[in-house]
Design a protein around this ligand. Sequence first.
Ligand SMILES: *[C@@H]1O[C@H](CO)[C@@H](O)[C@H](O)[C@H]1NC(C)=O
Ligand SMILES: *[C@@H]1O[C@H](CO)[C@@H](O)[C@H](O)[C@H]1NC(C)=O
Ligand SMILES: *[C@@H]1O[C@H](CO)[C@@H](O)[C@H](O)[C@H]1NC(C)=O
Ligand SMILES: *[C@@H]1O[C@H](CO)[C@@H](O)[C@H](O)[C@H]1NC(C)=O
Ligand SMILES: *[C@@H]1O[C@H](CO)[C@@H](O)[C@H](O)[C@H]1NC(C)=O
Ligand SMILES: [Zn+2]
Length: 953
Amino acid sequence: MGKGYYISKNLCLLGIILTAVALATIISLSVVYDKEKARNQGKPEAMGSTTMPTQPTTASIPKEPWEHYRLRDSLAPISYNVTLWPRLEPNRDGLYIFTGHSAVVFTCVKETDLIIIHSNKLNLTKFQDHLAKLSGLDGATAPSIQKSWLVVKTEYLVLQLNGRLATGRSYVLYTEFQGELADDLEGFYRSEYIEDGVKKIVATSQMQATYARKAFPCFDEPAMKAVFNISIIHDPGMVALSNSRDSGQSLHRVHLNTTFEPTERMSTYLLAFIVSDFTYIQSAQHNNVLVRIWARRKAIDQGQGDYSLNVTGPILKFYERYYNTTYPLSKSDQIALPDFNAGAMENWGLVTYREAALLYDPLISSTGNKETVVSIIAHELAHMWFGNLVTLRWWNDLWLNEGFASYVEYLGADHAEPSWNIKEQIILYEVHKVFAVDALASSHPLSRQEEEVNDPAQISEMFNTISYSKADTDGWPVFLTSSSPQSYLNTFAFSNTVHTDLWDHLQQVIANTPGLALPHTVHDIMSRWTLQMGFPIVTIDTRTGIITQKHFLLDPESVVDRPSQFNYTWFVPIKWMKRGVEQEQYWLLRNTDVHNPMRASGEDWVLANTNVSGYFRVNYDPDNWERVLNLLNTNHQAIPVINRAQIMDDAFNLARAKVINTTMALRTTKYLFNETDYIPWESALKNFNYYILMFDRTEVYGALQAYLKKQIRPLFEHFRILTANWTKVPARHNDQYNVINAVWGACSMGVEGCRELTKGWFRQWMENPGHNPIHPNLKSTVYCNVIAAGGVEEWDFAWRMFKNATVAAEASRLRSAMACAKAPWLLNRYLEYTLDPTKIRRQDVISTIQSVAGNVVGMPLAWDFVRAKWSYLFQQYGKGSFSFSNLISGITRRFSTEFELQQLKKFKEDNVHVGFGSATLPLEQAIEKTTANIKWVTENKAHVLKWFTEEST
Ligand SMILES: *[C@@H]1O[C@H](CO)[C@@H](O)[C@H](O)[C@H]1NC(C)=O
Ligand SMILES: *[C@@H]1O[C@H](CO)[C@@H](O)[C@H](O)[C@H]1NC(C)=O
Ligand SMILES: *[C@@H]1O[C@H](CO)[C@@H](O)[C@H](O)[C@H]1NC(C)=O
Ligand SMILES: *[C@@H]1O[C@H](CO)[C@@H](O)[C@H](O)[C@H]1NC(C)=O
Ligand SMILES: *[C@@H]1O[C@H](CO)[C@@H](O)[C@H](O)[C@H]1NC(C)=O
Ligand SMILES: [Zn+2]
């Protein structure tokens, strides 16, 4: 996109894309999901009382090696031969099982008489009383086994030997096992769906982070890379898939034994095994790479895989150029599964997706669905190199793996859909999102010590706020790169790294790039952003040229009890403009500095953080604020579109933090009746959303609605004309999104004609269910509005359509829309449906409850429901479910009274014995946010009411 993305023309000429946003983005992307935290000093009880195992204190360091969650470094796996046989029919006891055997070849690196290998929930066959067989390779003699046992807590199989394994020698450990093919979405599991009235079973897998050990005994840590020779036994009518191409089939009695080529050296968490009767489409091969999209037969026959296939080839080619490394495998399979926990999983060579993330139906899916598909594909394929070829050594560095992929995803998606300006959205979907969580005192630094992350619960917490729905990027500050993955990837291919290895390689690139100088090393600059939490607010006083930075905290009274070795100062690269002219980038390296060019008077407005290339917020002296506001009201196009969004977002957040007053923030929205662009509108609506949440149960809401109605009416009119009275789809991608805002806003704020319009469309559909006249882009909004305004008739119709939906995206829209109802009995009935997997799939339970909580009427009902069912919900979804961590934050978003705060605290106390799992941090944050909301509402209610009342007339 615009020039703001480039630091210097020189570099562009060199073909090196050093983007400022990259770092900002990678950082915020990383922050997003890593806000777990080993709660810091001073609050030891916060986690100790939950089921989350805590770091052992010195007093309780486990004595035995098998009591430690981390493997020792005495053994290193080389290769595995694994055969798995999933049974897609229940056995006599009604249990779905799989059987298998595995031989792992490993080398002894340090002499030992103990073999410790992961194994979880597997019933191991005994050989002469022992759970495994051990033999030596290449003439080595294996000591006999003295005893063998399983350790449930640390998920190990342990063998005590009668003698020592010799350093440098290799051995084979053979196991046979039986496990349950449960519907728990973890390890080797089963997914069920109905096709043509027939129930079908798929055996599939999800190994990240610690579930490979549930499929076969293995050294289940990312640095324990090995070569895997997989074979899968299945019925002849089914097809088996794994990470590599199949290399042949043999008969195993009446079954087929499909064998796969040896994998590359890889981590266990990237393995995948699938048996299904799915079918596929494939594209012309390029460089002998086989590219296929797999899904249910119906979906493929209806062409729902075509779009994915269309974009996969170009994205792979783009990454080969971007990483300057050919695609590391001989095939790329992507498969859409009816039951899947996350959005997608980057298994090497066999990426798994939930259906809505891979399938696209031109007639039924919306533009937003299409963008989701291309973004998630781009994200997962980015991992084929960054993450899979080169893998971070341990989960503490997960943030870099996800942050990087989440950034690169925008580049890949932009390449596939160049007219969409996808990169502009980074600020909306990533940077703003991260700003929101990273401005809390309970945030924590991105980078954690390896020792702080040990057991599976801590590992799964590392994923906690990752929003896989939209992809996650880190919003780092700065100047980063994209040219350099090359040397990093080449150096570390098929092995593991720590995050500083990347900084070192970036440093080399910079050293080799004439004309590119940084004020400090990459390592030093990045340390400021990764080793301390949060980000700065930069204040520019244009009267004096004085620039200051300070740790930005949303709640000015919150206390940061986490010390920082850098005292919360950052090295901040500031891109800025004066009176519309881009100025030379300036580095703020101290708390306070003077930069005379930033002095301004008269008409000379100053705007900093152009195109939001840095990860910080900006404040100005009052005179410059007035100049910027004046410009917005008179000639808003003079300000880059991303910054129009940013000015509002900064102002609203500065007001929340009491840096500027609330009226000033509200004034940044007065120009909106002239605004037609998507990004500023989206930013404004997101910020107003906070006001809506705080006030939609109070008398302020009427005035707020009147103001928004006044501002949005021209937008609704604009699109009515642009779409020829709602008969055409706007050509520009962002306009297609903004139509949705216009209709949503107009209908919710009561702009004349809107509700009649949406209701008319829905009525037509109800009269002729085989023909839905609503454009896919507008369906979510229309369904929600009509169901909110309607009654049981509309709701039941939506339920029928939901049950009959053959496209996942349509089902998921209807599922959200049904939560928009206003009748409590409808909402309660809907909540009850989440307890019945034949009504609401397990993968959708948490998000359904959250949707109900998003509705002003549903919120208290969902809160009651969750409190009543907490132990059930926790038991079912608390471990390792990505969405679970959002449950509490979703329900408590409106909390703003003392009474609600007490309820929340009581909920925490009452459920200490049950635990909170990945919702532990969100619960802490919910308490913090509720406290802040109470204060904010108390302080602002009166003048917000006054302002809206005055401005809405
Ligand atoms: C693994 O399988 C390969 C091919 O079938 C075979 O040559 C090799 O000996 C097996 N290794 C072990 C340790 O069983
Ligand atoms: C494993 O063994 C236990 C105890 O015998 C049994 O209850 C369980 O069903 C077995 N699991 C499988 C998958 O066979
Ligand atoms: C399946 O084939 C592979 C490779 O030929 C072999 O190692 C494995 O033992 C076979 N599995 C069974 C159960 O026959
Ligand atoms: C996929 O590409 C083909 C060929 O360019 C095109 O005709 C088709 O419309 C595309 N399908 C989708 C869903 O984009
Ligand atoms: C890597 O870059 C070199 C030099 O520009 C080029 O010749 C080579 O083809 C590139 N390799 C890949 C896989 O893109
Ligand atoms: Zn990822």
